[in-house]
Write a new protein. Structure first.
Length: 317
């Protein structure tokens, strides 16, 4: 199992006393030269109705800062250049898809929606899409033209980064196992990747470099071993099952996010994986942000905040 480390920032409570000074110092480091994770958090006990904040977590400094406060927010995504945020939110009484600068300024409404969520750029990067009920609505920011596409609800079917393979999850009628498979996009060459009789494997997600697949494993009897696992599929044609290793120390909570935003948890270099896990503070159950290294060396707890609930972590490109 990977070793669990706690980021130094959450151990140094004195950091909050000098937060303003740290924030000032960050201003001398160009934003685009820093490694940033954005996430949303519900603060206080307002049930998330009006106390949701958007945070930027600086991995180099181990601190986070709120760039948007006290709004009703959905999911968000980054542009390829890391300069523009795309977000579902309610702003001045209007819920819709918004574009804004990385610091929350220059906010502009792209399209109104009452039920939409999980916005992202299309593969050609020319349009924006978001999930609404059973459909993806697609809109061009330049022309305003819109299209609606109905999609499959199979959350386990995801194309590899190079576009040559599909993942799938199948239940064997012979053994009863539920395992991960990969198949060429033309439907040929099905390969079974996992084979665990005592667990259900699901939600396979490719790393950006196409080498790894992370997936959720739920053991039928052993609660402590539930979590995200990882396998190296670069040698899948060797005819043997890939070596499966635990990636996280506990069952994370970002299943819904990864259903609609398959790559949001992976760092661009495929070396790290973000997830949210519940931590107990007495009788209080609080989700915190964690980062796992894909080589299995460690899991790092990035936040430790009993008074807020983090969700929807996304790497800035």
């Amino acid at each position: 199992m990977p070793r669990l480390y706690i980021a130094p920032a959450i151990l140094l409570t004195a950091l909050f006393a000098v937060f303003a000074a740290a924030a000032s110092e960050l201003g001398h480091v160009p934003f685009f030269h820093r490694e940033i994770i954005s996430f949303t958090a519900t603060v206080g006990e307002s049930n998330g109705l009006n106390r949701q904040h958007l945070y930027m977590y600086d991995l180099d400094r181990g601190i986070d800062m709120a760039v948007l406060r006290d709004m009703r927010m959905g999911a968000h995504a980054w542009s390829d250049d890391g300069q523009t945020l795309l977000m579902i939110m309610t702003y001045r009484g209007r819920r819709g898809v918004y574009l804004m600068d990385h610091d929350g300024d220059n906010m502009r409404l792209l399209i109104r929606t009452t039920r939409g969520d999980y916005p992202q750029w299309t593969h050609d990067r020319r349009s924006i899409q978001f999930f609404e009920t059973e459909y993806w609505r697609i809109i061009s920011p330049r022309t305003g033209r819109e299209a609606t596409i109905r999609i499959s609800t199979d959350e386990n079917r995801v194309r590899s980064t190079d576009g040559t393979w599909w993942t799938a999850v199948r239940r064997s009628e012979r053994t009863g196992n539920t395992d991960v498979y990969m198949t060429r996009v033309d439907g040929t060459g099905a390969i079974q990747l996992t084979n665990e009789a005592e667990a259900v494997d699901s939600l396979p997600r490719w790393s950006p470099d196409g080498r790894f697949i992370a997936f959720e494993r739920r053991f039928l009897m052993v609660v402590r071993d539930q979590g995200w696992y990882i396998m190296d599929v670069s040698d899948h044609l060797a005819g043997t099952f890939p070596d499966v290793k635990p990636l996280t120390h506990a069952m994370p909570l970002n299943r819904t996010q990864l259903t609609h935003m398959p790559w949001s948890a992976w760092s661009a270099d495929s070396t790290r994986f973000l997830y949210i896990a519940n931590d107990l503070y007495g009788a209080v159950n609080s989700p915190n942000l964690y980062m796992a290294y894909t080589d299995g060396s460690s899991v790092v707890q990035l936040t430790n905040t009993p008074d807020r609930h983090e969700w929807n972590p996304v790497w800035r490109p």
